[in-house]
Design a protein around this ligand. Structure first.
Ligand code: DOR
Ligand code: ZN
Length: 365
């Protein structure tokens, strides 16, 4: 099998085979769980590794109201039987999907609801199930002003959708055309710049105040855009925002391992059936929930920064979202695991990240 990821230099800090480390239980601050039978198949991977997850609302139709979020939450909880201790400890943190029609009343309801942790902005046409997303960003200002007042976080899929913009430049263009101005206009609004993919995004977050934070995925830390085309087109490495250059990847790695509170773990694990990825117009999304924490451990180990993994995975997110950290711990073992070729996914299968390859770490179960 050819390696689809950049060759890494050997660093001296690598842990010995069989050594262990423990950290406060982490949370996933950006997750796609889907629904129904498919959700059942992916949720089990998440609850082995994370105590909480921010649940993305881009279902079809999207989760736009408090009532829809409560029903979705109940469907998630119904899959978590309380007899199993792992299952009973998982908490889904709900979000609502912003549209051109989102009302101020909906924002007020969301802000009063303890189960809802933010509003997700998908510019219309930016990604999977974003056709109901926001078409006129400027018209969102009264809603953002109310969110600022009520201290309800804004979670952004930050990509410019103007077709004149090169697809690899969409994140930078979104910063220049919208994000910079929005951050300045709403000085009290807490913003999560989701799944950052460029060095510009890293710089932007570092230069902004602490109310602007970013999630970073494992796949953006482990691959650059060569992985899209290595040996032929690689649909399972297609996600949005797209993988970027090696320079961008290195900037993301430096940000993640830096220990800076602005950056935290969000897998953006986004399952799609094998057939919807492997077709003439395949869907965007990489599935990493089955080994997410282990993948981040690989990156941090490679950088000699395992001591900062707990901040990134377990402390910085709770601090931004103003919730307590988890109190129990998870153990990681430096021991290779083999990733299966596919997993069940409702009535079909999904091809996971690292399919038929190895991951250097395991979690103790
Ligand atoms: O790759 C992606 N997949 N990026 C997104 O923004 C959405 C996600 C999905 O829902 O499949
Ligand atoms: Zn996502």
């Amino acid at each position: 099998m050819p390696s689809l990821e950049p060759q890494k230099p050997n660093k001296l800090m690598q842990r010995e085979e069989g050594s262990t480390m423990s950290l406060l239980f982490p949370d996933d601050w950006h997750l796609h769980l889907r629904d129904g039978e498919q959700m059942k198949d992916v949720l089990k991977h998440t609850i082995q590794r994370f105590r909480r997850a921010i649940i993305m609302p881009n279902l079809n139709p999207p989760i736009c109201t408090e009532e829809q979020a409560e029903n979705y939450r109940k469907r998630i909880l119904s899959l978590l039987s309380s007899e199993d201790s792992l299952e009973s400890q998982f908490t889904p943190l709900m979000t609502l999907y912003l549209t051109d029609q989102t009302s101020k009343e909906e924002i007020k309801r969301a802000s009063r609801n303890d189960m809802i942790f933010g509003m997700k902005l998908y510019p219309m046409g930016s990604t999977t199930n974003s056709s109901e997303g926001v078409r006129h960003l400027a018209q969102l200002n009264p809603i953002l002003s109310l969110m600022e007042e009520l201290d309800l976080p804004l979670l952004i899929h930050a990509e410019e959708t103007d077709p004149a913009i090169d697809i690899f430049d969409r994140e930078g263009a979104f910063i220049d055309r919208y994000l910079q101005e929005t951050v300045e206009r709403f000085q009290g609004l807490r913003i999560v710049f989701e799944h950052i993919s460029t060095s510009e995004a890293v710089d932007f977050v570092i230069s902004s105040s602490e109310r602007v934070a970013a999630t970073i995925t494992a796949h953006h830390l482990l691959m650059n855009r060569n992985s899209l085309f290595e040996g032929g087109i690689q649909p399972h490495n297609y996600c949005l925002p797209l993988l970027k250059t090696e320079r961008d990847r290195l900037a993301l790695v430096q940000a993640a391992v830096s220990g800076k509170a602005d950056f935290f773990l969000g897998t953006d694990s986004a399952p799609h059936s094998q057939s919807s990825k492997e077709r003439s117009c395949g869907c965007a999304g990489i599935y990493t929930s089955h080994c997410a924490l282990e993948l981040y451990a690989e990156v941090f180990e490679q950088e000699g920064a395992l001591e900062n993994l707990e901040g990134f995975a377990s402390r910085n997110g709770p601090s931004f979202y103003q919730v307590p950290c988890n109190t129990d711990r998870i153990e990681l073992i430096k021991k290779e695991q083999s990733i299966p070729s596919s997993f069940p996914y409702g009535s079909s299968r999904l091809i996971p990240f690292r399919s038929q390859r190895k991951v250097a770490w395991q979690i103790s179960k």
